[in-house]
Design a protein around this ligand. Structure first.
Ligand SMILES: [Fe+2]
Ligand SMILES: [Fe+2]
Length: 286
């Protein structure tokens, strides 16, 4: 299987893979700040279980409105479009995968713990350096490894080979992906995000999270997610596929202009978020 074949397969599965049609449509609508709230509630209302989970999430301790939000339109007013869009995407992306137990060695529960953990670290980091869209950092963190969801769901025999090679040669999963598929999960995540019509900066950040580069905001967001992924690995929060803790890219470190002291603050803040991360995951999985 080569890159073109993988690209075609991603396209074919774009709407069923990991994201429901309702969530896809809603995410599209929510990109337009002028869209009417009732248009959104109408569409989301078509998916009862999605609506119920969104309401549980927006009432969780993370958002600080415990038990006070009773409808989707109220959630949009109180939390804003971007946050509600992220909640919808989070619920939807996990929905199709949560019933999947992964495969040998690749544990779906641990994978999503890593993804939600990275989302929290990325958002904290974005706020710390005053990045203008912390919500983009959250969704970028949540979905940075989504290419692996695609491999597990749609390229299962190849995933088994990747895992065998990773164990046999004691190499990071990403290297094994390159050897077996001639492409890695970051590139696949980029293609998926493009198919979902995510903002270009978010697509690039997913694609570049292991080797940040580029211009301005694109470089900065990729660097945020890169460091968030490494911090999460260092903290042993879930497992994104392997237990390696890679070095921070010097280019990303320069782009973020942070100190080690800043990293300590972030680790501490994320430690304080552990309860919220667990609560977030429990609702998504329910
Ligand atoms: Fe990754
Ligand atoms: Fe990761």
């Amino acid at each position: 299987m080569d890159r073109e074949e993988i690209r075609t397969k991603i396209k074919e599965t774009a709407e069923v893979a990991t994201i429901s049609a309702v969530a896809f449509q809603t995410a599209q609508l929510l990109r337009n700040p002028d869209v009417a709230v009732n248009k959104i509630t109408e569409i989301v209302g078509l998916d009862q279980s999605l609506t119920a989970k969104i309401l549980r999430l927006v009432n969780s301790s993370f958002y600080g409105f415990q038990g006070k939000i009773s409808s989707l339109s109220q959630a949009i007013v109180l939390l804003g479009f971007n946050t509600v869009r992220n909640v919808i995407l989070s619920v939807s992306v996990l929905k199709s995968f949560s019933s999947d137990k992964g495969c040998k060695v690749f544990n779906a529960g641990k994978f999503w713990e890593h993804s939600v953990g990275t989302a929290f670290v990325a958002k904290n980091l974005a706020e710390h350096i005053k990045f203008k869209e912390p919500e983009d950092a959250f969704i970028g963190g949540l979905l940075h490894d989504v290419g692996r969801v695609f491999i597990v769901q749609f390229l299962r025999p190849e995933m088994e080979k990747i895992i065998d090679l990773m164990i046999k040669e004691d190499i990071p999963m990403r290297e094994a992906e390159e050897k077996i598929l001639d492409a890695d999960h970051a590139w696949m995540g980029y293609v998926m995000a493009k198919n979902w019509h995510f903002p270009p900066v978010l697509c690039s950040a997913i694609g570049l999270h292991h080797a940040p580069n580029g211009q301005d905001e694109e470089f900065l967001l990729a660097s945020i997610i890169h460091l968030a992924d490494i911090i999460c690995r260092g903290m042993d929060l879930g497992c994104g596929g392997d237990d390696f803790v890679p070095d921070v890219s010097p280019a990303a470190w320069r782009e973020l202009s942070m100190s080690l002291e800043d990293v300590k603050v972030l680790i501490q803040k994320t430690g304080e978020n552990l309860y919220q991360i667990e609560e977030f995951l429990a609702i998504l999985r329910s």
